[in-house]
Ligand binder design. Structure first.
Ligand code: SF4
Ligand code: SF4
Length: 295
C-alpha cells in the first residue's frame, strides 16, 4: 500500500505540542471555499509548472511522449494539457531546473516512517512528534492508520489533524494510534456549512461528541477566514457549543493564511476571499477570543 503525500514540514511549531514533523496527505471529503491547501484536495498527482525556474529550453516539450506540452507566449512558457498528460514523469526527468515537477509523492509506510524518524531526537527534547494533516488524513485512512501505528511502535508521539467528516469505524481504528486529535470546526450553522464547505456539519459535531465521550486529548481549531468564519456570531456559537460539554476543551483560532492565494494563482484558480492578503492584528485576535469565550 502507498500513501500520497503533498508536503512534509519539518520542525513545525503549530501542529501540536513541541517540534513536529507534519505530513500532509492528499485528498479531502470537504470543499471549503477558502481551502488553504488547494493542492491537497484531490487524491491524485498533478504536474506543476514553475515559470520562474524555466530556461525556455523546450527539452520537456520534445520529450513528452503524449504531446501534452506546448510552447506559449508570455511568462508561462510551457502549457500543460492535463487531459493528455498521463503522469509518466519523463518531462520531470529531462527538465534541468525542476521547473516541471509533481505536486506530490507516493510513499510506502516504511519509507514515510524512515523519513519522520530521522528527527526523533528533536521530538524527544521538545516533547514533539509526528502530525498527520492534509487535505484531510482520514481520506487515506487505511494508510494513515498503518503509518501512525508504525510511528507509535518507534516511540513517536502522534497527532491527527482532521475535520472528522468520517465514519465511526474509521475513528475507532484511529483511536489506538493517535495521542492527540486536532479537530477543525469551521462553521457552526449547518446551512452556512453546507453553503461554504459543501457538506452538512452534523457528522462533524457527532464525531466531536464521540471523541469527547472517549476522553481523548482534543484541541478544537477554527481558521479565521474574512467574510466566512471570522464573525462574532460564528465564534460565540462554537464557544458555547464546546463549553456545553463542561470539559475545559481548548479552542485555538488560526489567523488567516495570507500566503494561500499564491497557491491559487499557481494553479490558475480564483481565490474567493475578498481580502486575500489580510492578517488579523493582535488586538483583533484578542477580540475574536473574547467572542469565543464570552459570546
Ligand atoms: S508527465 Fe509525461 S505525459 Fe505528462 S507532460 Fe510530462 S512527459 Fe508528458
Ligand atoms: S525543460 Fe524545464 S527549463 Fe526547459 S522549457 Fe521545459 S520546463 Fe522550462
Amino acid at each position: 500500500m502507498k500513501g500520497l503525500v503533498f508536503d512534509i514540514k519539518k520542525f513545525a511549531l503549530h501542529d501540536g505540542e513541541g517540534l513536529r514533523t507534519t505530513v500532509f496527505f492528499k485528498g479531502c471529503p470537504l470543499r471549503c471555499k477558502w481551502c488553504q491547501n488547494p493542492e491537497g484536495l484531490d487524491l491524485k498527482q498533478r504536474l506543476w509548472y514553475f515559470p520562474n525556474r524555466c530556461l525556455h529550453c523546450n527539452e520537456c516539450i520534445a520529450s513528452c511522449p503524449r504531446g501534452a506540452l506546448s510552447e506559449q507566449s508570455g511568462h508561462y512558457h510551457v502549457k500543460i494539457d492535463h487531459v493528455k498528460c498521463d503522469l509518466c514523469g519523463v518531462c520531470t526527468e529531462v527538465c534541468p531546473t525542476n521547473a516541471l515537477t509533481f505536486d506530490s509523492t507516493y510513499y510506502s509506510v516504511e519509507e514515510l516512517v524512515e523519513e519522520v524518524v530521522k528527527d526523533k531526537i528533536f521530538y524527544d527534547v521538545s516533547g514533539g512528534g509526528v502530525t498527520a494533516s492534509g487535505g484531510d488524513p482520514v481520506f487515506q485512512h487505511k494508510f494513515v492508520t498503518q503509518f501512525l501505528a508504525r510511528c507509535k511502535a518507534e516511540g513517536l508521539h502522534t497527532t491527527l489533524e482532521s475535520a472528522m467528516y468520517t465514519s465511526r469505524e474509521i475513528i475507532d481504528a484511529l483511536l489506538p494510534v493517535v495521542d492527540n486529535f486536532i479537530v477543525d470546526l469551521k462553521v457552526f450553522e449547518e446551512d452556512d456549512h453546507i453553503k461554504w464547505v459543501g457538506k452538512s456539519n452534523r457528522l462533524i459535531k457527532e464525531n466531536i461528541e464521540y471523541l469527547i465521550g472517549k476522553g481523548v486529548n482534543l484541541l478544537i481549531r477554527v481558521p479565521l477566514i474574512p467574510g466566512y468564519t471570522a464573525s462574532q456570531k460564528n465564534l460565540a456559537q462554537i464557544g458555547q457549543y464546546i463549553r456545553s460539554f463542561g470539559k475545559d476543551i481548548p479552542i485555538e483560532l488560526l489567523n488567516h493564511n495570507h500566503f494561500a492565494h499564491d497557491k491559487y494563482e499557481k494553479m490558475g484558480i480564483e481565490y474567493p476571499v475578498k481580502n486575500p492578503s489580510m492578517q488579523y492584528s493582535e488586538e483583533e485576535m484578542a477580540n475574536f477570543y473574547t467572542f469565543l469565550w464570552e459570546g
